[in-house]
Design a protein around this ligand. Structure first.
Ligand code: AGP
Length: 619
């Protein structure tokens, strides 16, 4: 998820294009801050003028002070959340080919095939990015069409995956063109000037009149015109709207908090983590996993090391990987791992799960594992962070920057990446046939839309949360993969609403915790699918009866159509049907919403809860 801005307005070259681009990037930096760059065009420049630097926007500003750019008439700007290629100067956007400069938000799934074709045609590449491929395609298309809009329409039809692309050409200095597929792009309407942005935060300081571009559309802005067509060139009339948010709200996409925004980002977080992970035959290709296949085949144990929410993702991974690969999986709290003299060696694969990639406890566990000869694979959301750098391999989640301290979309991204790892190992070690892997991947690809269904139907959860703002204790029960979901639901409520909450394996209840049940005690119960092979469903329904009989207020999360729970549930929150192992991607969401809404009802800061830090970089 990157920040994108475009501007055209100066009939005579000036400094405003660069100023607007930098201001827009400043407001979009929450969308990514691995690197930043700008490209300018202007009459008489003859070439595209670019500056780009790794790191936060301040690095680019410093670069521009040292090496200023000339006056211009149009500009594009980009702040990056790396997906392909390390966050460095070379991989920073914009990418240039000849007189074309391109910036891009998304993932071009077929970039490797396109890059090979271009290389055969003599193209030379400087970066590892998928975006540079688009720049070369655009340069060639422009040579054929002589028109940047026509060239972009042609190129957009060749790309697979998700993309928002902006481009400028030195020979058309009063034009910025953009194209979108599955990735956002909005137009800001000015007087004698026009704007483009990945969201309205890019230009809200200049105009509140905007156009929302639809799927597979191309937009061309000049100082005095905005033209929108579909990829075939037919003119379309996009929806016009007036932005009534203030600038701060605009950075949250109109949501009241980053926490709420990131909960709603989760369909994209899962979908983007799945993108670009299969080859043309449909087989999994996890090209960041640079551990020799022979080593992965010889692995006889997997140990997951992580903390907090990331550790609960590890617990979900345990169920999936053991089931698919028949390899024992241990899940260790990273801060406990190295102090208990763990039994790990060269046949152990250690998987370090971390959103930030900077958690010191997890980093220390990684170092210890490597000293013992184990290979370490990181599952991480932050490109170029320390844990992936010190691991043998990495499987990045593509959840985009997670600003709120309490983790939500990164958690679903971690679980998704763990499923990919499990399927990859099963495919590699022969536990699963290609068609089985393809079927499970297909089921995974259906999950984002189902998460969206849960989000769209969440008003009941919010109402219940608001009604419970005075509670002092909530328990969470789950079984099988529902157990780590119960743990995560409890953690969210602790972190956000400062309420005592505890997660249990439902089967453990009768071994002691049931003593906690008294009249009115709220208990969430995550119920497995009734369609599962085993009788876990009936056991959990019995658990609900047991606590209801003792006065508990039962808040049940169950699969759509599960009528067995109705007689024993004070509240029911249904989620769409998915295979049992994939259920955490859905059952977690109502618990996140519950915690966020209850904390908000208590007037608490859900983005920066007390006592917490987004990345715990001390042991
Ligand atoms: C999650 O809501 C918490 N903020 C915390 O448990 C977090 O998951 C943990 O500190 C691990 O952080 P990491 O994923 O960045 O390593």
């Amino acid at each position: 998820m990157c920040g994108i801005v475009g501007y055209v307005g100066e009939h005579a070259a000036g400094t405003k294009p660069l100023e607007v681009a930098l201001e827009g990037l400043r407001r979009l930096e929450y969308r990514g801050y691995d690197s930043a760059g700008v490209a300018l065009v202007g009459a008489g420049l003859g070439q595209v003028a670019t500056r780009k630097k790794a790191g936060k926007l301040v690095n680019l500003v410093a670069e521009l002070e040292e090496n200023p750019l000339p006056p211009a008439t149009a500009a594009i700007g980009h702040t990056r959340w790396a997906t392909h290629g390390a966050p460095n100067d070379v991989n920073a956007h914009p990418h240039v080919a000849g007189k074309v400069a391109v910036i891009h938000n998304g993932i071009v799934e077929n970039f490797a095939q396109l890059k090979a074709e271009l290389a055969d045609d003599g193209a030379r590449f400087r970066s590892e990015t998928d975006t540079e491929v688009v720049a070369h395609l655009l340069e060639r298309a422009y040579a054929r069409t002589g028109d940047l809009t026509a060239a972009l329409r042609e190129v957009a039809q060749r790309l697979e995956g998700t993309f928002t692309i902006l481009a400028v050409h030195a020979d058309e200095p009063q034009k910025v063109v953009g194209a979108r597929h599955d990735s956002p792009l909005v137009v800001g309407l000015g007087e004698g000037e026009n704007f483009l942005g990945s969201d309205v935060a890019a230009f809200i300081a200049h105009t509140r009149e905007a156009l929302e571009l639809g799927q597979d559309q191309v937009v061309t802005i000049t100082p005095d015109s905005v033209t929108v067509t579909d990829f075939d060139g037919s003119v379309v009339e996009p929806r016009r709207f007036t932005v009534d948010w203030d600038a701060a709200a605009a950075e949250k996409g109109g949501f009241a908090s980053f926490m709420d925004k990131e909960i709603h980002d989760q369909p994209h977080a899962v979908a983007d983590t799945l993108l670009g992970r299969t080859d043309l035959s449909g087989a999994l290709v996890l090209d960041e996993i640079r551990i020799p296949e022979a080593v992965l085949r010889s692995v006889d144990k997997i140990v997951v090391v992580a903390c907090g929410t990331a550790a609960y993702a590890g617990h979900v991974a345990k169920y999936a990987i053991e089931h698919w690969c028949r390899i024992p999986v241990e899940v260790e709290l990273a801060h406990e791992f190295r102090y208990r003299d763990p039994v790990v060696n060269e046949k152990t694969l250690v998987v370090a799960v971390s959103q930030s990639g900077e958690t010191m406890d997890t980093l220390m566990a990684v170092r210890h594992a490597r000293e013992q000869g184990s290979k370490v694979l990181a599952i991480c959301n932050t490109h170029g962070s320390t844990i992936p750098r010190e691991s043998d391999a990495v499987l990045y989640t593509h959840a985009g920057p997670e600003v709120a301290v309490a983790s939500t979309k990164a958690f679903l991204g971690q679980i998704t990446a763990a499923y990919l790892l499990g399927l990859y190992l099963a495919q590699l070690r022969g536990n699963k046939f290609p068609d089985e892997v393809a079927e499970l991947l297909g089921q995974l690809r259906e999950v984002p839309a189902k998460i969206q269904q849960v989000l769209d139907g969440a008003e009941h959860v919010r109402e219940v949360a608001r009604s419970m703002r005075e509670v002092s204790s909530v328990l969470f029960l789950g079984r099988h993969v529902g157990f780590p979901v119960a743990l995560e639901g409890a953690l969210k409520l602790k972190e956000l609403a400062y309420i005592h909450a505890e997660g249990f394996a439902a089967g453990e209840l009768k071994h002691g915790p049931i003593a906690l049940i008294e009249e009115g005690q709220p208990v969430f119960v995550i119920v497995p699918s009734p369609r599962g092979r085993d009788s876990l469903h009936s056991k959990v329904v019995s658990n609900i009866q047991e606590i209801r009989a003792r006065g508990a207020r039962t808040l049940v999360i169950a699969e759509e159509g599960d009528s067995d729970v109705l007689p024993y549930a004070d509240e029911v929150f249904f989620v769409p049907q998915v295979p049992t192992l994939l259920a955490p991607l859905l059952t977690t969401v109502p618990l996140q919403i519950f915690a966020c809404e209850l904390a908000t009802a208590k007037g608490l800061d859900v983005d920066q809860p007390r006592n917490l830090a987004k990345s715990v970089t001390v042991e």
